[in-house]
Design a binder for this molecule. Structure first.
Ligand SMILES: [Zn+2]
Ligand SMILES: [Zn+2]
Length: 486
């Protein structure tokens, strides 16, 4: 498995992800998606939306605002319970999670060795004096305060007055926007149970220990579904969503040995949740959550009914009774998905004695679908033809033209960013003084490095077939050129 530093460095070098505000020294745990990252991320969101909303008659979408009525967070329980126990160092004023204090090495000025400074590994005693950590793990000098509960919501003020009446929060999850709009969606769309509402949007959590690149950040994007069902059918629906979401990641390229389900233990469940299952991915730092799928029962609708005084119910025509639906919540992270897809796609191999880095991204996720490359950049007919072909392909797919290096180098550059197809225009395509061109170009596939030669007039059609994932099928029917420089 590739290490995280390799991914971080590729992301920066090739324009996927940059440190936020880097020229000012960076902002802790905030990341900016560069030109390729934004394409990757929007492709992930697009396929998720297509599979979750467009292709399903039982799903609709929503885009709720980030700032909501403060009572939402009272009703949801976030104001009272969305907290971590924290301690502060009285000397360096760093803050730590009380329950994670002994995870990670600690700084120790050892009295047995004239006060020399040591780093002692995770929670172990000092091997010189056997002392255990009592002081700040970071500076090794300060005493720690008693633990206090620290709310993870970002607090801010609405309007020009910064007083208690104006306090509001950046949403810590998108889900509540769906619950408070339950009746609006139900009535305006005339929906019947079971139905779901999907939403993609930013959420904010003031994590004390963010880290592992884009895995845990304070600002992140969620892809959430609240799927409302008749009470009593909830367990079955829950299982269906678990299976569906588990298959989804594999459909877009996550290898099955790198993904697993993890059932939450009873003592791990939120008090209102009946069951929760995480989809975990084998990230470079170990198995970690990619998506959580919870059965939240009727807790949220009940709470918002109670706090708002508005009934959030569904009238069941069959039994002529009002019911409060149960809700199944598949909640995934866009940033985590992007990271998982990148890590899973990363391959390093040797081709004819040289190192080749290739991102085997699913064609639908690849930031750039096609690169059009002229074999000789000094031949104006080749260059013109290549530019014309690229302009035509751009109407359908994200395509680039590149003539800034030799063909071998250009292929490697595209491999490294996951471009599934390169189209090469050569002398044979355009002809020369002695012979007319054949009006054909070479398509080279990223993973196999195989090439086929197709007519420019059918290029678009062939690429459309190839995008559908049929390289082997389509390629066998087309003539292979002399193997050029892979
Ligand atoms: Zn300290
Ligand atoms: Zn010691």
């Amino acid at each position: 498995m590739v290490d995280l530093d390799t991914i971080v460095s590729l992301c920066k070098r090739r324009g996927f992800i940059f440190q936020s505000s880097e020229i000012y020294g960076g902002t802790g745990s905030c990341w900016d998606y560069g030109p390729l990252g934004v394409e990757l991320k929007s492709n992930i969101k697009r396929v998720w939306w297509r599979d979750s909303v467009q292709l399903r008659p039982d799903m609709v979408g929503l885009d709720a605002s980030i700032l909501m009525h403060p009572t939402v967070w009272k009703a949801s329980g976030h104001l009272d319970h969305f907290t971590d126990p924290m301690v502060d160092c009285k000397a360096c004023h760093r803050r730590f999670r009380a329950d994670k204090l002994d995870e990670g090495e600690w700084v120790h000025y050892c009295p047995a060795t004239k006060g020399n400074k040591f780093m002692v590994p995770d929670g172990e005693p000092c091997k010189h004096c056997s002392a255990r950590r009592t002081l700040c793990p970071s500076c090794g000098k300060g005493n720690l305060t008693e633990a206090r509960q620290f709310n993870l919501m970002f607090k801010t003020f609405m309007g020009p007055v910064e007083d208690d009446a104006a306090v509001t929060y950046l949403r810590p999850e998108t889900a509540q926007g769906i619950f408070v709009n339950f009746d609006n969606v139900l009535q305006s769309m005339r929906l019947k149970l079971p139905f779901g509402v999907a939403q993609i949007g930013k959420a904010f959590r003031n994590e004390i220990t963010p880290g592992n690149f884009t895995f845990r950040t304070r600002e992140f994007e969620q892809m959430e579904i609240e799927y409302f069902v008749m009470p009593g059918t909830d367990e079955e629906w829950h299982q269906q969503w678990i299976d569906e979401r588990f298959a989804w990641y594999q459909k877009y390229g996550i290898r099955k040995e790198n993904i697993r389900l993890r059932e939450h233990a009873k003592d791990e469940l939120a008090f209102y949740a009946k069951r929760c299952v995480d989809i975990e991915y084998l990230f470079p730092m170990g198995w970690s959550e990619l998506e959580g799928i919870a059965n939240r029962t009727d807790y949220d609708l009940k709470r918002h009914s109670e706090f708002s005084g508005k009934a959030l119910e569904y009238f069941d025509e069959e039994s002529k009774q009002k019911v409060i639906p149960y809700v199944i919540e598949p909640s995934g992270g866009v940033d985590r998905s992007a990271l998982a897809f990148l890590v899973d796609a990363y391959h390093q191999e040797e081709v004819r004695g040289e190192k080749r880095v290739v991102l085997r991204l699913h064609p639908e996720l690849a930031p750039i679908k096609i690169a059009v490359l002229p074999l000789l950049k000094k031949n104006s007919r080749i260059v013109e033809t290549a530019r014309r072909i690229c302009a035509d392909l751009r109407k359908h797919w994200v395509s680039v033209y590149d003539d800034t290096a030799s063909i071998g180098r250009l292929y490697r550059r595209q491999d490294e960013i996951g471009t599934p197809f390169c189209v090469t225009v050569d002398v044979q395509t355009v002809g020369d003084a002695d012979a007319p061109g054949d009006e054909k170009v070479t398509i080279r596939e990223r993973d196999s490095m195989e090439q086929v030669r197709v007519s420019v007039s059918t290029l678009r059609e062939t690429i459309a077939q190839l995008m559908a994932g049929n390289w082997a099928e389509v390629a066998t029917q087309l003539p292979h050129p002399e193997m050029g420089e892979g």
